[in-house]
Design a protein around this ligand. Structure first.
Ligand code: AMP
Length: 284
C-alpha cells in the first residue's frame, strides 16, 4: 500500500498503536535493491508492521550533486516492498515534507544539526550540510511514524554513527538497528548510484572493496600501523580513480586511529568519472 501524505500515514500508525502493534521504519531514497531489502526483511521479521519511506530528500544534496538525476523507480520499489512483506511505502513529495514553496535554507526551516566533530570529516568534509539534511529528514520521519525500531545500513557508516548519536542526545524513544553491508559476489557494495556506472567503470569500482578486504587481511596478519595499511591501497588504484579519502576511525566516535584495533573502521570514498562511491569495513 502506498501513502503519500503525512496525515494519512499518521492515521494508519494510530490504528496500529491502538492495537498494540510494534512498528519498524526503513528510511530510503528509493531505487531499491537487495541492500535495502535486507533492512526491510529485518524489520518485517522483528516488527508487527513495517513502513518503508521512499523520499529523495532535497536538503541532503549539496549544490552540484545528483539530486535531479538520482534514480526514481517508485513502481518497482512498491513491488519489492510488497514482495518483502512490508506494509506501507511512504512516498511524500518535497512539498508534503517541507511545505508550500519548500524554502529549504536554514533561514526558513528548522534543522537538526549533528555535532561538528562528527561531520567535519569523511563524507561531511566534501558534502557540507549533507548530514544536517539527513538528521533533519530522519527526525521528521521519526516524528511522523514514531517507530519502535528504525533500520539503517552499515553501508553509510558515518550516517549510522551520527544518527545513533542524534537518538541518544535527543532522547528519541526508539532503537536503531544496524544492518551489515550487502555486496555483489564481486565484492562491490550494492548502491543505487551503481546505476550510473558503465561496464568499465564497474570494473574500476571493484577497487573499493579490494582495498578494504586487503587492508583487513593485512591487519589479520598483524600489521596495525594505519599508515602502512593505507599504503597498500595504491596497488589497486589507476588513473580512472580519484581517491577522496581512506581513513581509519573508531567505530563509536569517529576518532582517528594511528594504530588499528578491532574497533577500527576503514572508510573509503573515491570518484570514478563523475560517480562518487563509498564503502567501509570493520577490522575485527
Ligand atoms: P539510501 O536509499 O541510499 O538512502 O539508503 C537507505 C538505507 O539503505 C540506508 O540505511 C543505507 O545504509 C542502506 N543501504 C544502502 N545500500 C546498502 C547495502 N549495500 N547494504 C546494506 N544497507 C544498505
Amino acid at each position: 500500500m502506498i501513502i503519500n501524505t503525512i496525515a494519512e500515514l499518521r492515521e494508519k500508525v494510530k490504528e496500529w498503536r491502538k492495537s498494540g502493534l510494534t512498528i519498524g521504519l526503513v528510511p530510503t531514497m528509493g531505487a531499491l535493491h537487495n541492500g535495502h531489502k535486507s533492512l526491510i526483511d529485518k524489520s518485517v521479521s522483528k516488527c508487527d508492521r513495517t513502513v518503508v519511506s521512499v523520499f529523495v530528500n532535497p536538503i541532503q544534496f549539496c549544490p552540484g550533486e545528483d539530486l535531479d538525476k538520482y534514480p526514481r523507480t517508485l513502481k518497482e520499489d512498491e513491488a519489492l516492498v510488497a514482495e518483502a512483506g512490508a506494509d506501507i511505502v511512504f512516498a511524500p513529495t518535497p512539498k508534503e515534507m517541507y511545505g508550500e514553496g519548500h524554502i529549504l535554507s536554514n533561514d526558513f526551516l528548522t534543522y537538526v544539526v549533528p555535532p561538528y566533530f562528527y561531520v567535519d570529516k569523511l563524507c561531511g568534509k566534501s558534502r557540507v550540510g549533507h548530514f544536517d539534511g539527513v538528521c533533519t529528514v530522519v527526525n521528521k520521519l521519526f516524528n511522523i511514524v514514531q517507530p519502535d525500531y528504525a533500520f539503517f545500513g552499515e553501508k553509510d557508516r558515518q550516517q549510522l554513527i551520527i544518527l545513533k548519536k542524534m537518538v541518544k542526545d535527543l532522547n528519541i524513544p526508539l532503537e536503531i538497528i544496524s544492518c551489515p553491508i550487502v555486496r555483489e559476489e564481486s565484492g562491490l557494495a550494492l548502491s543505487s548510484r551503481n546505476k550510473y556506472l558503465n561496464e568499465e567503470q564497474k570494473k574500476d569500482a571493484l577497487a573499493l572493496s579490494k582495498i578494504l578486504f586487503n587492508i583487513k587481511a593485512c591487519y589479520n596478519k598483524g600489521i596495525t600501523d594505519t599508515k602502512a595499511l593505507a599504503e597498500t591501497a595504491y596497488a589497486y588504484l589507476n588513473s580512472n580513480h580519484s581517491l577522496e579519502y581512506l581513513e581509519f576511525r573508531d567505530e563509536n566516535d569517529l576518532e582517528e586511529k594511528k594504530i588499528a584495533d578491532d574497533n577500527t573502521i576503514v572508510f573509503i570514498a573515491l570518484k570514478i568519472g563523475d560517480v562518487r562511491l563509498i564503502d567501509n569495513i570493520k577490522l575485527s
